[in-house]
Design a protein around this ligand. Structure first.
Ligand SMILES: Cc1ncc(COP(=O)(O)O)c(C=O)c1O
Length: 415
């Protein structure tokens, strides 16, 4: 099946509005957040309209319905990523999921498999979003473990030439992004996971830019922990997923403590409920979970493979058009080899913020700046870039609008 992006756009109410005095909305910023189909908006509002109650607690019909919806959403997530249902933890975002695992490791007492100390190593990469860098910096600072990283080549790929020395016998955690939000690079997980497991390290995958765009099966990838956000996968804001292998979640200490995450409590101590509850203190993001369930069902109905194919075709088209523009430099891989639909670029001496504002005046939404990846920007020798990121509702017409907007900007700023 080929994907009918024009039909898909009809499912998204936002595409019925216009931008900047009647212009068609050309939304090329799904890497930051995706738009939402009607089914997701209704699932979230129906939760409040029809079923609202605190899950897992009340002995009444609404509480039962709310619990069924919430736990049903967990099952949908588990099926979507090839996990067991009790391995799926709801958080408020990917940022919280990554903080959860890093902070929880920092809470691990001596004797716990996650306890870190001086002499232990944490490995990241130079292409991490700050959300998958700073929590590990903080964990290193708290525990005395050292932080090292894979560098990025000028083409925007991970330099794995030192794989065996960077991931070594002292490495306890390897945390990396599946797909770079800046470069679009898809990282070669197989060899990294294999090496990490050889030395007994766990692999934490930031899948924010991959789960919404391609088939990600945690079992097939053989990773240990994973994080992604609902809002980049046509789901609501305020909901993220933290996934971990069951036996690892069993040993990982909690992050937040309080109601719902306990087994027993006395005045002096408490024991923890098994995962996922151990990691879901308090009344959780129930309406948002309902929305996320609807989002993943929506993506499944269209077919994640179809979405991926559509994005590959569009990215190929856009890369070719952008490459033909004088003075436009793509920051990241220029071919489709292991690459997704985020394309960052610089354009002569036009500052990305000026370009972004100019494109916005034409109804074209792109992202400009450092994209929460300062070290990567420095490594690539840029202060900021303009980023176009594609999704299932984008068309060749959107790509053409971007190209003609860029050419108009060239004429405008040359005056
Ligand atoms: C690769 C990557 N990791 C982590 C995040 C953080 O996601 P959130 O802001 O939804 O927590 C983002 C968001 O842009 C991202 O692109």
């Amino acid at each position: 099946m080929t994907l009918d992006a024009l039909a898909i756009r009809k499912d998204f109410p936002i595409f019925q509005r216009t931008i900047r005095d009647g212009k068609r909305l050309v939304y090329l910023d799904s890497g930051a957040t995706s738009q939402k189909p009607e089914s997701v908006i209704s699932a979230e509002s129906d939760f409040y309209r029809l079923h609202n109650a605190a899950v897992h607690r009340g002995a009444h019909q609404l509480a039962e319905e709310a619990t069924d919806i919430y736990e049903g959403a967990r099952q949908i997530v588990a099926d979507f990523i090839g996990a067991q249902v009790d391995e799926v933890v709801f958080t408020k975002s990917a940022t919280e999921s990554l903080n959860l695992v890093a902070y929880a490791m920092g809470n691990a007492p001596v004797g716990n498999r996650f306890h870190l100390r001086a002499g232990d190593g944490i490995v990241v990469t130079e292409m991490e979003h700050h959300a998958n860098l700073i929590p590990w910096q903080q964990l290193a600072a708290r525990t005395g473990a050292s932080l090292s990283w894979f560098e990025v080549t000028p083409e925007g790929r991970l330099d794995l030439s030192q794989l065996d020395s960077i991931i070594n016998e002292s490495t306890k955690v390897v945390a990396l992004t599946h797909q770079s939000n800046v470069l679009g690079t898809i990282n070669p997980l197989d060899e990294i996971v294999k090496r990490a497991h050889e030395v007994g390290a766990v692999v934490v995958l930031d899948a924010c830019q991959s789960v919404p765009h391609m088939k990600v099966d945690v079992t097939a990838l053989d990773i240990d922990f994973m994080a992604f956000s609902g809002h980049k996968a046509v789901g609501p804001t305020g909901i993220g997923v933290f996934w971990g292998k069951a036996e690892l979640l069993a040993d990982l200490p909690p992050f937040l403590t309080g109601g719902s995450m306990i087994e027993t409590v006395t005045m002096t101590g408490a024991t923890w409920a098994p995962a996922p509850k151990k990691f879901e203190a308090g009344v959780p993001n129930m309406a948002q979970a309902a929305g996320l369930g609807a989002a993943l069902q929506y993506l499944s109905t269209i077919g994640i493979e179809n979405i991926h194919r559509h994005e590959v075709a569009l990215t190929t088209y856009l890369l070719e058009k952008l490459s033909a523009i004088d003075e436009l430099a793509i920051v990241g891989p220029k071919t489709m080899d292991a690459r997704g639909g985020s394309i960052s670029f610089t354009f002569g001496d036009i500052h990305p913020h000026d370009l972004g504002q100019f494109l916005d005046s034409q109804g074209i939404a792109v992202r400009t700046g450092h994209h929460c990846a300062w070290p990567l920007n420095r490594k690539m020798g840029v202060v900021a870039t303009t980023r176009a990121s594609l999704y299932l509702y984008n068309t060749e017409e959107d790509c053409d609008a971007l190209i003609s907007g860029i050419l108009d900007a060239q004429r405008y700023f040359a005056r």
